[in-house]
Design a protein around this ligand. Sequence first.
Ligand code: LP5
Ligand code: MN
Length: 253
Amino acid sequence: MDAPARFKAVFLSDLHLSEELPETTRAFLSFLENEARQTERLYILGDLFQYWVGDDAMAGDAYLLRIVNAIKAVADSGTAVYWLCGNRDFLTGKKFLKATGATALEEPGLFTAGNTRIAFSHGDALCTDDEAYMKFRAKVRNPIWRFFFLLVPLSKRKSIATNARKDSAKSKMTKSAKIMDVNLDAVKDLFRKTNADVLIHGHTHRPGEHPIEMPDGIKRRIVLSDWDLDDPKMPRGDWLSVAADGAITRHAL
Ligand code: LP5
Ligand code: MN
């Protein structure tokens, strides 16, 4: 990066990339060519992919390799790329990180700009009212489950993931909007533990900003949108920038 970067940090999440979403894919590749090179740090907050069934899926998959190589080009250009997985791509591993040049972070991540302390996460771990999902999450995030799942042949893993997507869509139709949103106590707990001023997360696909009352003042919970530039009725794709003084701006594609 020759000229000083325009932003200290940029955040995005929930692109759910797949070959079936050509406009969303195009928008992300263009974002990587442009905005992603104007920031010191790029934070990808999970669910970048529709699903990720293991790093071995990259070999011979021209689509995945195109995405991964485009992220690597950003890292090579001088932007520090950080990766925080989502509920659809928690199976990303060391080979993915090497291929993208990204650094993996644990939740919640922390970043300070000016006097603003920013915590960030994918967001699913905060949805504690969704008990069925919490149980599912605990199972699939267990390293023993992960070890055995990754031994299953790749084609079988892909069909399991496709079925899991269908089951997920079905189960969401039976859950209320409130259950699938973040739990206020979980959010307050995160603010207490991190001492952050701002929390940025995705996952709920409900872009917005919410004041959170804490004993030491009002905190801000900022929610990213998902991306879907292939939806003719509501094309969308937000990203957030953080300036050197800590000012946070929402940008729409
Ligand atoms: O993703 P989204 O937004 O549609 O919904 C999520 C929760 N769903 C999921 C499931 C993923 O979408 C499936 C794709 C992931 C592929 C990863 C690799 C393959 C893993 C294969 C696993 C078998 O995360 C959804 C939430 C929603 O967010 C809102 O927060 O509600 O939760 C669910 O749909 C989960 C169901 O409620 C419970 C499912 C019980 C099924 C139990 C099977 C256990 C199998 C585990 C094996 C040990
Ligand atoms: Mn998610």
